[in-house]
Design a protein around this ligand. Structure first.
Ligand SMILES: NC(=O)c1ccc[n+]([C@@H]2O[C@H](COP(=O)([O-])OP(=O)(O)OC[C@H]3O[C@@H](n4cnc5c(N)ncnc54)[C@H](O)[C@@H]3O)[C@@H](O)[C@H]2O)c1
Ligand SMILES: [Zn+2]
Length: 373
């Protein structure tokens, strides 16, 4: 509460909004949210885990500011990003009397943000929503940028919309109730920002990762703010991902394929999959002569120290053959027919979109990497 809050603007014309970062913000949510309301009422969507830890505090904070609340609690987990849960959420929100001018609050991790944001985008042809992310991944990634959606049996995030929030409230204290493994997974996205575009931030992380992972207030504040600032800048330049925004997929072409091979169970978290994927992106870049051959070792050492997996063969999944893996990568929505597009790097902090990488190069790399000792 004594820390000054950091405000990061996301500049998107009439859809601009602020990301507000600080300690104890949940307790201040009443004053913060009040200025977006046409009447003193908000509907909150959250999940069973988050409700247990943080819903009461939010309700009290809003209540203290004279705001009435009603909540929808969905089951925790990725499977809530479904048509079924979307329908239930929309029905519940309508049942609570949510009107066109009301604000819906998403209190939770990326699953809640994506589901609630999508529900808000279609409810009464679009209502406003405020993100209160509670996982580290949601703090630095999913709560910012306006991508919302659910999964299909054809793949993840295939049904959705761009719907920017009206405000993002990041209370750094809430991640303290997050399981350690989820913190490490969220951390992978933080390191991603350094690797893709800010070498000095990555160097800072090399010293301070243990503090960030231990949720030290000052370290977390710096890491989250730096990450959000970079995402905000990239999104402002390329809201619908026609160019630069693709850089945020560093490590994700490989990573998504591990998640798909695993069937999206909790045996492998997204952050764990992209940790391996980012090491591979740097290794592949070295192999293609785009960057120094040994840079990947620095990336690998970093994620290893953070307690993240760095080696495909050690993942708790049945590793497909290189040929099958290439097929899976091709099915990712980010690939274009023909050769694959990767986010590769010329060095730490210097990623770029590399389209048309010949399949035989990718296959040769995968064979070597999956076989390496
Ligand atoms: N929209 C985007 O731009 C974007 C970007 C990245 C990821 N995503 C999506 O985000 C999702 C992953 O997000 P996630 O990792 O936050 O998953 P999640 O929402 O499932 O949260 C992870 C787990 O932590 C629990 N949890 C969350 N906050 C907690 C807290 N403070 N204390 C205790 N437990 C807590 C949740 O209940 C869940 O069990 C995926 O569906 C992914 O597709 C979206
Ligand atoms: Zn990601």
């Amino acid at each position: 509460m004594t820390h000054k809050n950091t405000i990061i603007p996301v500049s998107l014309g009439h859809r601009s909004y602020d990301i507000e970062i600080g300690s104890g913000l949940l307790a201040q949510a009443g004053q913060i949210v009040a200025r977006f309301l046409k009447r003193p009422f908000v509907a909150i969507v959250t999940d069973t885990n988050v409700a247990q830890h943080h819903l009461k505090s939010l309700e009290v904070a809003l209540g203290t500011a004279g705001i009435k609340t009603a909540s929808v609690i969905v089951p925790a987990g990725e499977s809530s990003k479904s048509f079924e849960e979307l329908a239930k959420t929309c029905d519940a929100l309508l049942g609570l009397g949510v009107e066109r001018n009301d604000v819906v609050v998403a209190l939770g991790g990326g699953v809640i943000g994506d589901l609630t944001g999508f529900a808000a985008s279609i409810l009464r042809r679009g209502v406003r929503f405020v993100q209160i992310p509670t996982s580290l991944l949601a703090h630095v990634d999913s709560s910012v940028g306006g991508k919302t959606g659910i999964n299909s049996r054809h793949g993840k995030n295939l049904i959705g919309s761009f719907h920017q929030p009206s405000h993002v409230i990041i209370d750094l204290d809430v991640v303290r109730t997050l399981p350690r493994r989820q913190i490490a997974a969220g951390y992978a996205e933080i390191a991603k920002y350094g690797l893709l575009g800010d070498a000095s931030f990555f160097a800072w992380l090399e010293t301070h990762a243990p503090d960030v992972l231990a949720c030290d207030a000052a370290a977390l504040a710096h890491a989250v703010a730096t990450s959000c600032a970079m995402k905000a800048r990239i999104v402002a330049n390329d809201e619908t991902e026609t160019g630069e925004r693709a850089l945020l997929n560093l490590g994700h072409t490989f990573g998504h394929a591990y998640e798909a091979a695993n069937g999206y169970t909790s045996a492998l978290l997204h952050g764990e999959a992209i940790s391996v994927g980012m090491v591979q992106a740097f290794k592949f870049s070295g192999r293609l002569g785009l960057c120094d051959k040994d840079v990947y070792l620095r990336v690998k050492a970093h994620f290893e120290k953070a307690g993240l997996p760095v080696d495909a063969r050690r993942l708790p999944i049945d590793l497909p053959s290189p040929e099958k893996f290439l097929e899976i990568m091709r099915q990712d929505k980010k690939s274009v027919a023909g050769n694959l597009t990767f986010i590769l790097a010329r060095g730490i902090g210097n990623a770029f979109v590399a389209s048309g990488i010949p399949d035989q190069e990718t296959l040769a790399f995968l064979k070597e990497d999956f076989a390496a000792a």
